[in-house]
Design a protein around this ligand. Structure first.
Ligand code: GUN
Length: 296
């Protein structure tokens, strides 16, 4: 079998177009412009690229973008004061503090200072608890993007065996909660799971989010399974820099029913879902119906 390639770039473009349409309607019918504030502390080069892309995508869908770039030596008190100010600002519906933060800042304290209703990353402890108890929450962007692609490919997910390889707070754990919410039978595996190949091979849905280049090989994939590769790993091969996932693409694609490539799979969905979450936050803040198909 040669797997169907799930085109995350096209899927994300479609999500962004849906968001843009909703934003235009909110402006026209309600006089509202959803606003996203992004806070970057320091000069981490990868973070600067992410923040630049977020700003451009936010503007592109017609939202307001508020960028706050702070010096690397910004104190915790200064950062918390900025978050308090954004929490109180009615033009700001979503707040994202770019991670990682410089070492002298306590990320948990900072993230938990964001008003849960504006926490478009879904990292605040209240949102984690709401998701874990099946209540309405803000959902982390990358797992939300994976869920959207899985629902689109499968229709209903109920009863399917899902294995999530990786237990991070940002991807693995919320992904497992979302799949459970859609009535999958969920296993969370990780780098220290015994007989990982055998565990993975039971999966109708296999999500790889372990952060190890090409760790999941074709012999670990059930024939016909859907493989979602969250990994983005920079490696060098044959003297060239390459971007590879956590899945060994060629061997897995020969066995799977469907697979996301790297790049062009899950990656583009993250920013698309950040915009979707900002739209959702704006609708909720104003007592309006949430956009259909763009939430968990
Ligand atoms: N750094 C890398 N990815 C992310 C993300 O999704 N959210 C935040 N806040 N920081 C990140």
């Amino acid at each position: 079998m040669t797997a169907k390639v799930i085109d995350g770039k096209a899927f994300a473009a479609n999500v962004r177009a849906q968001v843009a349409e909703h934003v235009a309607r909110l402006k026209e019918e309600n006089g509202l412009t959803p606003g996203l504030a992004v806070v970057l502390v320091g000069e981490d080069p990868a973070s600067k690229v992410y923040v630049k892309n977020k700003h451009a995508s936010t503007i592109e869908v017609g939202m307001a973008s508020f960028e706050h770039r702070l010096e690397a030596n910004t104190s915790e008190a200064e950062l918390l004061a900025l978050i308090d100010q954004l929490n109180a600002d009615p033009a700001v519906h979503g707040i994202l503090v770019q991670l990682p933060l410089p070492g002298h800042l306590n990320s948990e304290l900072v993230i938990n200072r964001i008003a849960p209703a504006k926490d478009v990353d879904g990292f605040h402890i209240s949102n984690v608890g709401l998701l874990g108890t099946g209540q309405k929450s803000m959902v982390p962007c990358t797992p939300l993007g994976c869920l959207m692609m899985l629902r689109d490919h499968h229709g209903k997910l109920a009863g399917l065996n899902a294995v999530v390889v990786g237990r991070s707070n940002i991807v693995g754990k919320p992904m497992a909660q979302l799949l459970l919410g859609d009535s999958c039978t969920v296993t969370i595996a990780h780098s220290r799971t015994k007989d990982l190949a055998e565990v993975c091979k039971r999966a109708d849905i296999l999500v790889a989010a372990v952060g190890r280049p090409e760790m999941i090989t074709g012999d670990m994939v059930k024939p016909g399974a859907t493989v979602i590769d969250v990994g983005i790993n920079r490696i060098e091969r044959d003297g060239k820099a390459r971007l590879v996932g956590d899945v060994h693409y060629d061997s897995a694609a020969a066995v799977a029913g469907a697979i996301t490539p790297v790049p062009g799979g899950v990656g583009p969905m993250t920013i698309a879902c950040l915009l979707a979450n900002t739209l959702t936050a704006c609708c909720r803040a104003n007592g309006l119906a949430e956009p259909e198909g763009l939430t968990a």
